[in-house]
Write a new protein. Structure first.
Length: 79
């Protein structure tokens, strides 16, 4: 699960997919970290990196949405 989380996290940041792959990266990464704590896996670093990248992509998406809304409220796209 750590590998999948890492791949989804990288895709969410590099390809700017935001919530499409960011949310699954967070969910699968947390499941992978639980598996490590239960002794079923040994790739906690990859799972944690996927979770962090997923959150980063969601933060970037939120910032872009706030910027776009502020831009239109301030006077439209031509100002």
């Amino acid at each position: 699960m750590g590998g999948w989380s890492l791949v989804l996290g990288i895709a969410s940041v590099v390809l700017a997919l935001g919530a499409v792959t960011g949310i699954p990266a967070i969910i699968i990464g947390n499941q992978g970290r639980r598996a490590v704590r239960a002794g079923e896996a040994d790739n906690e670093g990859m799972a944690l990196t996927g979770v962090v990248l997923g959150w980063i992509s969601l933060a970037i998406l939120a910032a872009v949405i706030v910027f776009v809304i502020a831009r239109f409220v301030a006077g439209g796209p031509d100002s």
